[in-house]
Design a protein around this ligand. Structure first.
Ligand code: UD1
Ligand code: CA
Length: 479
């Protein structure tokens, strides 16, 4: 009976250390708010914590605390997200001392770093499983370049032989405190551990800062476990990306490439045809139906969905948009729905060099051509604006042809007004539709017309100076 209750999985409480300054980023932005795949580093870590069903998530903040807290407020719906301030920052052990009062005694604590963003939920689950029955579980990895990391000291000599190297873990020694031979050890601590809260709390009271950096090292708890006879297990993984920390812009850029490559591989795996998996950036969620083709150098941001058979040409930016079945986005098109979203209807064609802004809603088979901007406007089935035009705050009917160079004058300097263009209207080139105004269905607006009064259905409207030709006019001559 006793054995059973010991092995039972306790609730998990996560601590994310995010108080450090990140000096080597050489940035005024707190390190954990730098973006990876379009989201703050620490947000990825919160995702991992949520994925393992954390009961509490405690983020230790210090450097830039109010910015970090403001950026994360409300970012973990359903989880219990709290902050523990650490001022000044006296080391990772000191960070955990600040979090400890927020950690219930009955849980398993998982310690994560806000600057190690790609830790996998499966890895964390496996680590937590290793910590049951009052054990300290460390996530470790072997690396060719252990510089800077805490080294794992094992029972059978620090330089455990290549191969199994299975001596019991006895302590972690930090780079700056390590002897020459300890620095040769290639098994390093990832910064992630899982352990029962009660053990952690006891050990935190025993930390001191008598070491090369004068810091309270969380890693000293490993030595206490050994002294107390608590088993220490090293859960060693091979996937360096999961434990890669971000300390410099170069590391951030390298990790961005690694993340993007993973996302590209996942898209390929599900059947998306990428012209080149090394030349796509997904900075949000990209959902693709079957037979989607994406040419090189496209960037997807926020929530984007591409329907079956959609083709996206080279060098497009698509953000917060739904592109429906069979639509084609030609090269160099910029689409950003921001909060309002953009919809491109089935079999529509947009671009090259088009711009769709928030609230652009294109029906099926709409054509938007080069240097056309559409904002907060609805276009009915088969409507076309093929060249050099602006549609803002407009309701455009089906089959409308909107001529080159025509614009809606939607803003009077203080307020925005709506333009309504009925079905089957033909707007010539270089027209100005001064809103609020309605062009009745089936009407025609002659090229160069400024429309300032609504027109009746089926009428031809022309408002421009009458053309005069002078037969006997002489060009000025150079004197
Ligand atoms: C730490 C580990 C080291 C491990 C490495 C893995 C210690 C003493 N060392 O070293 O064994 O190999 O991570 O990446 O734990 N932080 C705070 N408050 C502080 C200090 C740090 O919140 O007072 C946060 C940082 O913001 C960061 C994390 O803790 O998110 C790790 O701190 P960092 O200074 O980067 O530790 P390392 O020297 O990398
Ligand atoms: Ca670090």
């Amino acid at each position: 009976m006793k054995q059973q209750s010991q092995d039972h999985q306790e609730p998990v409480d996560v601590v994310i250390m995010a108080a450090g300054k990140g000096t080597r980023m050489k940035s005024s932005l707190p390190k954990v708010l730098h973006r990876l795949g379009g989201r703050a580093l620490v947000s990825h870590v919160i995702d991992a914590a949520m994925a393992i069903g954390a009961r509490n998530i405690v983020v230790v903040t210090g450097h830039g605390a109010s910015d970090v807290e403001a950026a994360l407020a409300g970012s973990a719906p359903g989880a219990h997200l709290r902050f523990a301030r650490q001022v000044p920052q006296l080391g990772t052990g000191h960070a955990l001392q600040q979090a400890a009062p927020l950690l219930p005694d009955d849980g398993t604590v998982v310690v994560l770093s806000g600057d190690v963003p790609l830790i996998g939920a499966d890895t964390l689950r496996a680590l937590v499983a290793q910590s049951v029955a009052r054990r300290l579980a460390l996530l470790t990895i072997r690396t060719n370049d252990p510089t800077g990391y805490g080294r794992i000291l094992r029972a059978r000599g620090p330089q455990y032989p290549d191969g199994d190297g299975d001596g019991e873990v006895q302590a972690i020694v930090e780079q700056k405190d390590a002897t020459e031979s300890q620095r040769e050890i290639d098994e390093v601590y990832s910064g992630v551990m899982a352990l029962p809260a009660r053990l952690l709390k006891g050990w935190l009271t025993r930390l001191d800062n008598k070491n090369a950096q004068g810091e309270y090292y969380l890693t000293d708890v490993v030595g206490f476990a050994t002294i107390d006879g608590v088993p220490v297990v090293a859960h060693r993984i091979d996937d360096a990306v999961q434990v890669a920390g971000v300390n410099t812009p170069a590391q951030l850029a390298a990790l961005e490439r690694a993340l993007q490559r993973r996302r590209a591989d996942a898209l390929l795996e599900q059947g998306v045809r990428l012209a080149d998996p090394t030349r796509i950036d997904v900075r949000g969620t990209l959902v693709c139906e079957s037979d989607v083709e994406i040419d090189i150098n496209c960037i997807f941001e926020g929530a984007v969905s591409l329907g079956a058979g959609v083709r996206v040409g080279a060098h497009c930016i698509v953000a917060n948009a739904r592109i429906e079945t069979g639509a084609v986005i030609e090269p160099f098109t910029h689409i950003d729905g921001e909060k309002a979203g953009v919809t491109v209807g089935a079999s529509s064609r947009v671009g090259p060099f088009a711009r769709l802004r928030p609230g652009a809603r294109l029906g099926p088979e709409v054509h938007i051509g080069n240097f056309v901007e559409v904002k907060n406007s609805t276009l009915g089935a088969g409507a076309k604006a093929n060249h050099l035009a602006y549609l803002g705050d407009a309701t455009v009917g089906a089959r409308v042809n909107y001529g080159a160079g025509s614009i809606t004058a939607n803003y009077d300097g203080a307020n925005k007004h709506r333009t309504v263009i009925g079905d089957d209207v033909h707007v010539g080139s270089n027209c100005v539709l001064v809103a609020p105004v309605t062009i009745g269905a089936g009407g025609t607006v002659g090229g160069g017309t400024t429309v300032s009064k609504s027109t009746a259905p089926g009428t031809l409207t022309i408002a421009r100076a009458r053309q005069i030709s002078y037969a006997d006019w002489q060009r000025p001559k150079k004197v």
